[in-house]
Design a protein around this ligand. Structure first.
Ligand SMILES: NC(=O)c1ccc[n+]([C@@H]2O[C@H](COP(=O)([O-])OP(=O)(O)OC[C@H]3O[C@@H](n4cnc5c(N)ncnc54)[C@H](OP(=O)(O)O)[C@@H]3O)[C@@H](O)[C@H]2O)c1
Length: 276
């Protein structure tokens, strides 16, 4: 099975990559930093004795970089069995991407949206798309007049919104692919996991966040649910689900608002459309 994991140089994605490689699957991972990617590749091959591992350096906050990656990926491989959309960020100050979009919204949601839509056609029957969301989605809101966080930005708010976006995307994608789909789409909360997320920030909020994270569990445990969704026969025919601790869970009422999800899909599509 060929598996693509985004953001495998740290935290949950790294642990997912190790677990899937150890199971013998062909692994392709993305990284934003070439040096970190090379180191991770070396460690993966050495520690899992799997030599079918490769990486692509891609900045998932850049639509151009994502498009180039998609072209490159499709030219190298005929099929993809599993996509794990995992790479994510938490930014306590508002920053813009090269496309002029708020970085959390772009990296945490639009990248998932572009990769899912860009790769689904090369996934055979039984293909699986897995979106790493978070229980933080419960605090999320979709304000179409403020998708880029221009008004009242806080890192936690933007992060929660992006994790709600992951669920709206998951459920809408599953609805669009139909009840007996070739490719399933599911989302998950990995638990509170002690990773590098948010470590790029400075100031009081960053210190508080680091303290909170010190109580979280390790990345291996955080990888359990994504790996379960990637390989378990138990979920082969499950689509449009939300999981935590390898069990189906109920996400917020807002995440199940189909009209909101459909409108949000259109808004996302408009934001990733290549200008004519
Ligand atoms: N940790 C938690 O408690 C928790 C809880 C719920 C959900 N999650 C979710 O779990 C996922 C993974 O987070 P994590 O906690 O494992 O964080 P992490 O340790 O910071 O790992 C994030 C990964 O994403 C990559 N990444 C970030 N921005 C990128 C960009 N613009 N382009 C390409 N790659 C990029 C990072 O690359 P670098 O190595 O170069 O930084 C890293 O490999 C996220 O979606 C997060 O929302 C985490």
């Amino acid at each position: 099975m060929r598996v693509l994991v985004t953001g495998a140089t740290s935290g949950i994605g790294r642990a997912v990559a190790f677990q899937l490689a150890a199971l013998g699957h062909e692994l392709v991972f993305t990284a934003r930093d070439g040096e970190k990617a090379r180191t991770t590749l070396g460690e993966l091959v050495r520690e899992t004795a799997n030599d079918r591992i490769s990486y692509h350096v891609v900045d998932l906050a850049s639509q151009r970089a994502i498009r180039m990656f998609l072209d490159d990926f499709k030219s190298r491989y005929e099929t993809l069995d599993v996509l794990v959309n995992n790479a994510g960020i938490l930014m306590f100050t508002r920053e813009l991407t090269v496309d002029g979009l708020e970085a959390t919204f772009a990296g945490n949601h639009l990248a998932y949206f572009m990769l899912g839509n860009g790769l689904v056609d090369m996934m055979p029957k039984g293909g699986r798309i897995i979106n790493v969301s978070s229980v933080a989605e419960q605090q999320g809101r979709i304000d179409f007049a403020n998708l880029q966080g221009e008004i009242g930005y806080t890192g936690m708010k933007s992060y929660a919104n992006s994790k709600l976006a992951n669920l709206l995307f998951t459920y809408e994608f599953a609805r669009r692919l139909g009840p007996d789909p070739r490719v399933t789409v599911n989302a998950l909360h990995p638990g509170g996991v002690r990773t590098a997320i948010g470590d790029n920030n400075r100031g009081v909020a960053a210190v508080i966040w680091k303290t909170i994270k010190s109580f979280f569990h390790g990345a291996e445990r955080g990888a359990e649910t994504p790996v379960y969704l990637a390989v378990s026969p138990d979920v082969a025919n499950v689509t449009g689900g939300y999981f935590a601790d390898r069990m189906m869970r109920r996400s917020s009422a807002r995440s199940h608002d189909a009209a909101l999800a459909a409108r949000f899909w259109e808004a996302s599509e408009a934001l990733v459309r290549v200008p004519a």
